[in-house]
Write a protein that binds this ligand. Structure first.
Ligand code: FEO
Length: 397
């Protein structure tokens, strides 16, 4: 256990080898951590558990460092298996079978559905509820749909510490548990990726929740999420960043993402890039077929303009582009512009598929989609440059 604050200890797991999370949905190049905390006040409180593949190690450590018989109460801020997954084994291992488990109403419903047992002493809490554990009070704030229906945070009043669960976290197993002892570039890369991939669809809720939390005027000296490092130095920085990211965030540049069979669509992409450059718009170019999808979503999150190209196959786009378009829809971006392009042989539907899909996903589409039959010649490449220039001009409006 590592003491992170007076009477508050980290008792989590560092998962150095994790490379995919949520099945294979999210890449985690720097591993992750599952942060569980113990507060040793007059009452001994466990806040969250760890992912169930680590449940034996977790419970064993807890018994060694705290003593299972000393735990007075358990708080489950979020019941997703990476945080609530060890609860079943833990409850089975505790000498007392009536330990209270504090969570939201939705949390209790989800835990019941995960563990299929009816012997848990649930204590349902909602925003503003408070329990005294000795020197400290624990105050609960519901974080519904940030990012599950059950999510909440626990504020340790008296310690100025927010146990925020997923919010403000990162999939990052770093050199240290604290933000001031890790590479801040790595930290922000992972915090950004976490927000872009997991939290973007809930941005409007996040904005409102931050405003609600700010209105509470809490004294916050530390934010301890359930993944990655703890914000010990200037902890409010990550709340400020979340507030910024939650408001139609972009960094003004364009991404050109192409899917190609024989480089015709790639050649179009490069000429579109030339057009953007002529307009003074910075851009990044990606081959969707070889780019990590989670990293690509992070880039799209940062971009203002999203230009997507695929050649046509069987009257639609190539498979990697189809997956990308689904992700664009799911992330509910606001304030971005999109455009579709691609080469074709005989029917040529893909640029229109891309363009109309992005329009339905909430992107503004300033240009008609651009298609070129087979391989673009000089004149057609000139049209691609013009397309890039026109898109760049629209981005500047
Ligand atoms: Fe880290 Fe929503 O679980």
């Amino acid at each position: 256990m590592i003491e992170i604050r007076d009477k508050i200890y980290w008792t989590g797991i560092k998962d150095w080898g994790l490379r995919h999370f949520h099945g294979h949905e999210l890449s985690t190049h720097r591993g992750s951590t599952y942060n569980s905390y113990v507060i040793k006040d007059e009452k001994t409180v466990l806040v969250d558990t760890v992912w169930d593949p680590y449940k034996e190690e977790f419970v064993r450590n807890l018994d060694k460092n705290v003593g299972l018989g000393n735990i007075d109460m358990i708080i489950i801020n979020h019941s997703e298996p990476d945080h609530g997954g060890s609860l079943g084994l833990l409850l089975d291992s505790l000498p007392s079978k009536d330990i209270p488990v504090y969570c939201t109403k939705n949390g209790a419903d989800i835990i019941r559905s995960h563990f299929h047992r009816d012997d848990i002493n649930f204590q349902i809490v909602k925003t503003g509820d408070m329990i005294n554990i000795g020197q400290y009070d624990l105050v609960f704030v519901e974080m519904q749909m940030i990012h599950w229906p059950d999510s909440m945070l626990t504020y340790v009043k008296g310690a100025g510490t927010v146990l925020s669960n997923d919010a403000f976290g990162q999939h990052y197993a770093g050199l240290s548990l604290f933000n001031d002892e890790v590479d801040s570039c790595e930290l922000y890369e992972e915090a950004f990726k976490y927000y872009a991939n997991i939290l973007t669809p809930f941005s409007s809720l996040i904005k409102k929740k931050i405003e609600q939390i700010r209105a509470l005027n809490l004294d916050i000296d530390m934010i301890a999420p359930s993944h990655g490092v703890i914000w010990r130095k200037a902890p409010l920085q990550i709340i400020d960043k979340y507030y910024q990211w939650s408001q139609d965030y972009n960094e003004g540049y364009a991404v050109i993402i192409y899917d190609t069979m024989y480089d015709a669509t790639k050649t179009m992409a490069e000429s579109i890039a030339t057009g953007l450059r002529k307009q003074g718009i910075a851009y990044k170019l990606f081959d969707v077929g070889v780019t990590d999808p989670s990293d690509l979503l992070t880039e799209i999150f940062k971009a203002k303009g999203v230009v997507v190209g695929s050649c046509t196959v069987n009257s639609t786009v190539l498979r990697p582009t189809a997956g990308l378009l689904e992700e664009i829809k799911a992330h509910r971006y606001k304030g971005k512009l999109g455009a579709g392009f691609g080469s074709y042989g005989w029917s040529g539907e893909s640029p229109k598929v891309i363009s109309s899909w992005m329009e339905k996903s909430g992107l503004k589409i300033p240009l008609e989609p651009l298609k070129v039959k087979y391989r673009p010649d000089e004149e057609e490449l000139g049209k691609c440059v013009e397309f890039g220039e026109a898109f760049g001009a629209a981005m500047k409006e």
